[in-house]
Write a protein of this length. Structure first.
Length: 270
């Protein structure tokens, strides 16, 4: 039998807390509840959660103080993923300063909460594992998401990566790709720079600003007939969210460059 994931749910609204906990239990989660940050700290001494769902505004100890209390002194990161509940809609800038894996604005649909819980748990499961000393080790897999509206070129590129042993998902729309990437959680996004509905550099920036996708590496590329000046390439590579830029003539060249990129990442982490 698959082991249940444990969720620590901290919220001062008793009816809402118990109702949500009941739904989560029906969905197979082991749920521990607390009415404020102090109670949450006490429950942490008795249970090891896989995820903490945390309200911000609570008596005795609010969500931000609780968060600070459970962060590691060395890494300044919390002990497990955090999903924040908030009644405020303009808190995204705050969460960029913290190691938060997601947030939902109240009121919300329960299906939305369940979806985000599954995405966060899957993200932590696939993107990290416990090392010999308990540290988190980043793993790079050959799973890529291709975003390209030049369908003939995209088909050739996809085949080249499949032949090289990669798992490939695809979208011909930058806007549609964002939601799909948040669900698939690939290690690398390959995006054509000149996507018609959403330029590749803008796509990379949006992914970097989303908590679920901020750790995904994004490589932009252009093909034959899309020559870029050194100035343009320099500006692209310096943009937040863009890890590399590749100009290729044959799909195999693109595969080789991505192979090198992965090798460099793995060597940096050894």
């Amino acid at each position: 039998m698959e082991e249940q994931n444990t969720i620590l749910f901290i919220d001062d609204e008793a009816d809402f807390r118990e109702m949500t906990a009941s739904v989560l239990k029906v969905r197979g989660f082991n749920v521990v509840t607390a009415g404020n940050g102090l109670e949450g700290l006490d429950k942490l001494g008795k249970a090891t959660p896989d995820l903490i769902i945390l309200d911000l505004n609570m008596p005795k100890m609010g969500g931000i103080e609780f968060y600070n209390r459970i962060c590691d002194d060395v890494t300044n990161k919390p002990i497990c993923p955090i999903l924040v509940l908030t009644a405020r809609s303009n808190v995204e800038d705050l969460f960029k300063q913290l190691h938060i894996d997601g947030f939902i604005t109240k009121p919300f649909d329960m299906a939305h909460l369940l979806r985000d819980i599954q995405l966060i748990l899957e993200k932590w499961k696939r993107r990290s594992e416990s090392g010999p000393k308990g540290e988190r080790i980043r793993k790079i897999s050959k799973k890529v998401f291709l975003v390209d509206d030049h369908k003939t070129d995209a088909h050739q590129v996809a085949i080249a990566f499949l032949d090289a042993g990669y798992s490939v998902s695809f979208s011909d729309s930058g806007s549609d790709a964002i939601e799909q990437i948040a669900i698939d959680l690939p290690d690398i996004v390959l995006a054509r720079l000149g996507i018609s509905d959403l330029a590749g550099d803008i796509l990379a920036l949006r992914l970097k600003n989303m908590s679920l996708t901020k750790d995904i590496h994004c490589i932009l590329y252009s093909g034959l007939g899309e020559a870029e000046t050194d100035v343009v390439v320099g500006k692209i590579e310096n943009k937040s969210g863009v890890d590399d830029f590749i100009h290729y003539s044959l799909p195999g060249e693109l595969v080789q460059e991505v192979d090198k990129f992965i090798e460099e990442l793995e060597s940096e982490e050894e």
